[in-house]
Write a protein that binds this ligand. Structure first.
Ligand code: PLP
Length: 360
């Protein structure tokens, strides 16, 4: 069987070139006679892999020297705890903006560790848009402001970076990291699980401004202390070695596409193919506000739940996998991360047009 177009929200597609290179190097990496999975993380060869991943990542995202890059485990979800344990250490207060399922979970977790203010929420509109700067209720004494820049389930994206004065912004970028350029200097901390745009599940990347690490709440486990992870260069214990290696291959692939500027053009074009069809369609429509729609997760409905199910089922049988929407939104969701080829989106739009003709 050939490869199919997998629109899964995560884990999701990886570039074929990356999978091929990994398979070529599977049994014998660079004349070591072993797979990367079988290597000591303390070996010289592996040391080169992790160092190269770090430097390619830093270059790709333009990460300033006063930021550290960490390769951790526990998913983005563990960062929901690790962030407050390390950063709620001055006033003990933080602002959280709730724009969907993951930012809500992050908020709930943080409430265990300090006084957490909901600085904005679009729950009343089923998270179909992002609050404007004016709608945010920010506290100048907050230790940080937390937001989720791309809402994987609802299909919205922050198109602006809120002005917070000197309050650092902590951003969950799990479902949009490496999809377009980001001004890292505008953030205090960025985190992302790997399984959407970076590699296999099991690796979490954290980018942290150095001065934010160093203090922790009493009782913080050693593994959850950013300063320990920084001091040990992500090797306090065994890091997710294979995931880091795949990330290196993904970064090489991105470099060949022209880096994040090149990737952004491709992603913009892919998203436009879907959104412009959704605008002209009489059957399907987008579920989110036009100004805030995501380039990565495109959510849409017919307005008829039975027809939505029929669509998802027929799509699956035609080789478009995982287009069923999350239960919180219903309808459909096409996750079109970096590795989804343009042809995959073109084919999906063709299929949607045919479905519309037959079901109007
Ligand atoms: C997928 C996702 C998460 C959860 O990631 P895990 O790695 O499963 O913990 C959190 N936030 C966002 C925005 C996501 O897309």
């Amino acid at each position: 069987m050939d490869r199919i177009y997998n629109f899964s929200a995560g884990p999701s597609m990886l570039p074929v070139e990356v999978l091929k290179k990994a398979s070529k190097e599977m049994l014998n990496y660079n004349n070591t006679g072993m797979s990367v999975m079988e290597m000591s993380h303390r070996s010289k060869v592996y040391g080169e892999i992790i160092k190269e991943t770090e430097s390619r990542f830093r270059k790709m995202m333009g990460i300033p020297d006063n930021y550290k890059i960490l390769f951790l485990q526990g998913g983005a979800t563990l960062q929901f705890s690790m962030v407050p344990m390390n950063l709620l250490t001055k006033s003990g207060m933080a602002d959280y903006v709730i724009t969907g399922n993951f930012s809500k979970k992050a908020y709930e977790e943080a409430t265990k560790y300090g006084k957490i203010n909901i600085a904005g929420s679009t729950k009343n509109e089923n998270f179909s848009r992002i609050p404007t700067q004016k709608e945010l209720n920010l506290d100048i004494n907050a230790d940080y402001l937390h937001l989720c820049t791309n809402n994987t389930i609802y299909g919205t994206t922050w198109k602006y970076i809120p002005k917070t004065g000197s309050v650092p912004i902590v951003a969950d970028m799990s479902s949009c990291i490496l999809s377009e350029p980001v001004d890292v200097s505008k953030y205090g901390l960025i985190y992302a699980g790997a399984q959407k745009n970076m590699g296999p599940a099991g690796l979490t990347v954290v980018i942290i401004r150095e001065d934010l690490a160093g203090k922790t709440l009493p009782g913080t486990p050693v593994m959850l202390d950013y300063s320990i992870q920084i001091k040990n260069e992500s090797m306090y214990n065994t890091p997710p070695t294979y995931g880091i290696y795949i990330l290196k291959l993904v970064l090489e692939w991105l470099e060949d596409l022209g880096g994040l500027e090149g990737m952004k053009e491709i992603n913009k074009n892919k998203a436009n193919l879907l959104y412009s069809y959704l605008e002209e369609s009489k059957l399907f429509k987008s579920t989110v506000s036009k100004d805030d729609r995501s380039m990565m997760n495109v959510t849409f409905i017919t307005g008829d739940a039975d027809l939505d199910s029929k669509f998802a089922k027929e799509a699956e049988s035609k080789g478009f996998a995982n287009v069923k929407g999350h239960r919180a939104v219903g309808g459909m969701r096409a996750s079109i991360y970096n590795a989804m080829p343009t042809e995959g989106v073109e084919a999906l739009v063709e299929f949607m047009k045919e479905f519309e003709m037959k079901n109007r």
